[in-house]
Design a protein around this ligand. Structure first.
Ligand SMILES: *Cc1c(COP(=O)(O)O)cnc(C)c1O
Length: 477
């Protein structure tokens, strides 16, 4: 092969003008796609033909970008997961934003590795973390890191709490007989249970405490569990509060949990995946009192924060403790230098499990710069207001029943006497509104999580109408 042939191996185009024109078409198509979400079904099962096209072997020879794009539009964009649609209320998923999408494109173009070293993208991540420290009332010197989501942020928080309780030697010695226990309500997200598993502490060392009528952790039961553990020589090392439980959006009494944690010397962590950003919404903020006292806080921007997937954040009050759990600065190829590109005081790889990392913070930075915190708070407030309206409509409809109190943006309800999981699936297949299903106290429930900034009162009405129709049709069978 001659040198001239080898040159052709670069993946840059010979002619940027063609690529530019095609790139603009791709951008325009996605703008059109976003602007017309309401005109298309929320979701449809992928066709057999479309699925079959994704079972071919790997392409050996080059194809045209416009062909790949056309295939993407026909198959992938057509059969998406539906969460951007205004009628989407399933699980707890954000709707994404055009600004977030544009920032993702810039981040991809920049292709920065946010593991560490001395460059401006790192400063952007630090700025967003410090904005969030301020928003949540954490000290200015608090630490933080962007991660895929709250599952990973919770795992990192359990690791930090573990090391604090057992000593940093646990990193080299491993977990032996830990003699410690963690506490959370029985409505805590399953990823906390998994974190106990993945940290080697064991899921049996997580005490799942009963909840009260509003779905909040029972403080009396918590104190009893702690007392009986202590009497048996087991040390409470961590208390996890939920700022929005995944099933019904209940917010634990965070202030009281902070008091109890301080009293017993446990780390106080908050799973705020769902509700933490509620501090930006007037009616939610008072319910989150005490959030500013947490030792660590996990939250998601890809839920009520509306950022495109994925964007989770861990905030840690004690930056030194955070670093003690994750730094591995003695690898020679990762040495931090005083000067040059390997300079820079803050290397994210010392604060989390990832080495190579994407520039997740950029989309949050752009969204906050353009929409502002107040608008984001307005979106969250409206989601909660719509949830409240939905609950009122349900209570006014004799065929429907509310199955859990509404404290945030999640409404669990049912058509009396029906299989509510089947109704949720009926609605998903109809493609106008999409709640999900859950089980509450052994009963199937329709679960509508109002998250998407595009959802309006008409979508709430469509949900009620859809459930009534599906319920009546099932009852008539
Ligand atoms: C979504 C959620 C999680 C998990 O977060 P991911 O971003 O999906 O990893 C944890 N806790 C709660 C309360 C959640 O709602």
């Amino acid at each position: 092969m001659s040198i001239a042939d080898r040159k052709a191996v670069s993946l840059d185009p010979d002619d940027w003008a063609d690529l530019r024109a095609q790139g603009h078409r791709m951008l325009d198509d996605m703008f059109d796609n976003l602007a017309s979400l309401r005109d298309r079904p929320l979701w449809q099962a992928p066709s057999q033909e479309a699925r079959a096209r994704y079972r071919d072997g790997p392409p050996r020879v080059p194809g045209r970008l416009e062909d790949a794009h056309a295939q993407f539009m026909a198959d992938v964009a057509t059969y998406g997961s539906g969460n951007r649609h205004p009628g989407f209320m399933g699980w707890v998923q954000g709707g994404g934003t055009a600004v977030g999408m544009l920032a993702e494109m810039l981040a991809g173009g920049l292709d920065a590795n946010l593991g560490g070293r001395d460059h401006m993208p790192i400063e952007v991540e630090r700025q967003v973390i410090s904005w969030m420290a301020e928003v949540f009332g954490f000290p200015a010197k608090a630490s933080g890191i962007f991660l895929t989501g709250t599952s990973l942020a919770n795992l990192c928080a359990v690791m930090i709490a573990r090391d604090r309780a057992l000593g940093v030697e646990v990193r080299s010695e491993g977990v032996r007989d830990p003699g410690v226990a963690a506490y959370a309500s029985n409505a805590v997200h399953a990823c906390i249970v998994r974190a106990m598993d993945m940290t080697g502490l064991g899921t049996n060392r997580l005490r799942l405490i009963e909840t009260d009528a509003k779905g909040r952790i029972s403080l009396t039961a918590l104190e009893q569990a702690i007392a009986s553990d202590r009497a048996a020589g087991v040390k409470p090392f961590m208390i996890v509060g939920s700022a929005g439980t995944v099933d019904i959006g209940a917010i634990d009494d965070l202030d009281a949990l902070a008091d109890i944690s301080a009293k017993v010397g446990a780390t106080f962590h908050i799973d705020g995946a769902l509700g933490a950003l509620g501090v930006l919404a007037a009616s939610v903020a008072p319910k989150l009192k005490g959030i500013e006292r947490a030792d660590s806080l996990a939250l998601d921007f890809h839920k009520l924060g509306q950022a495109p997937y994925d964007a989770g954040l861990l905030l840690v009050r004690d930056a030194a403790a955070h670093k003690r759990t994750f730094s591995y600065g003695d690898a020679p190829y990762l040495r931090h230098e005083e000067r040059g590109l390997a300079g820079g005081a803050w290397w994210p790889c010392d604060f989390g499990p990832d080495l190579s990392r994407s520039f997740r913070a950029l989309k949050i930075w752009f969204m906050l710069k353009t929409y502002g915190l107040d608008a984001l708070g307005g979106v969250i407030q409206r989601a909660c207001d719509l949830a409240e309206t939905l609950a009122e409509r349900i209570e006014a409809a004799p065929e429907l029943e509310l199955l859990a109190p509404v404290g945030l943006n999640i409404v669990c309800f049912g058509y009396k006497g029906a299989d509510n999981a089947a109704i949720a699936a009926d609605l998903q297949e109809a493609g106008r509104v999409a709640p999900s299903a859950t089980t509450l106290n052994g009963r199937s429930a329709i679960r509508a999580a109002i998250v998407n900034h595009r959802t309006q009162i008409g979508d709430i009405e469509a949900l009620i109408e859809g459930v009534l129709q599906a319920g009546r049709a099932r009852a008539a069978r």
